[in-house]
Design a protein around this ligand. Sequence first.
Ligand code: ZN
Length: 284
Amino acid sequence: MDRFDRNIKFFGIDGQRLLSASVVAIVGCGGLGQHVIQQLAYLGVKKLIVIDDEELSETNKNRYVLAWHSDPVSGLRKVDLVKRTVAMIDPGIEIAVVHASVRSAEALNALKQADTIFSCLDDDGPRFILNEFALAYSKALFDLASDTENKGALIYGGRIAYIGDDEPGCLVCMDLLDTVAVSQFLTNENARRDRNELYGVNVNELDVAGPSVVSLNGVIASHAVMEFMLQATGIRKAKRKLEYRGNMGIVAVKHEIHASDCHFCNVVRGSGDNADMTRHVKGE
Ligand SMILES: [Zn+2]
């Protein structure tokens, strides 16, 4: 326990044991997820499940702390970079990697083993699925989003939302998801093609990569891991929502109002396999 001596001075030996016994899944090993995984490994979480279907690209290297200068940018899976890093921090950590999207049976099965899920995604479609999954199987969910836009003026910040069994409300009824983006994501391939033809444009091609910097990802990820750590060790409950407004240099605690007639909170919550998450699996 020497290696965790300074941790234990913060949250006690019981806190360290609670962290060590946690099983944490991270969905999305991109800009946000990589920081989360690194910090969880240092905190002493001993069981990690990582889910990501991407490979490293050259434009990731401005912010991908798990990648080295010498890493090739073709054919290198992000889950393998995660595995390498975690093994270097602590080879005693058990890590399961799933190189697939959240819309796969493999990912959904792996998530059932977790007690906490970090959603570190770029899009609201897979966020929607994780929200439903977390409610159905009573998992704690930390949903992270960084947001940088340059529409004349540069706006930058992000948020961390916490969804748990201990309070009502979810990403849907707190209106934290873009419903158009979600329905687009959930539409099957044929319907998407039809719609693209209707509008005469490939909607996916409109999705141009925006600005992204390592320090902004680090701020959002650190706040999320902090909330998890405080809650997991019993220091205090995680905040429902934290909002980082980079332009103003502040972090605000937000009290989101949720709709009381939410299908996900009222019907899906606690329903387990009856939620039939496999309907989201691609091709089914
Ligand atoms: Zn809800």
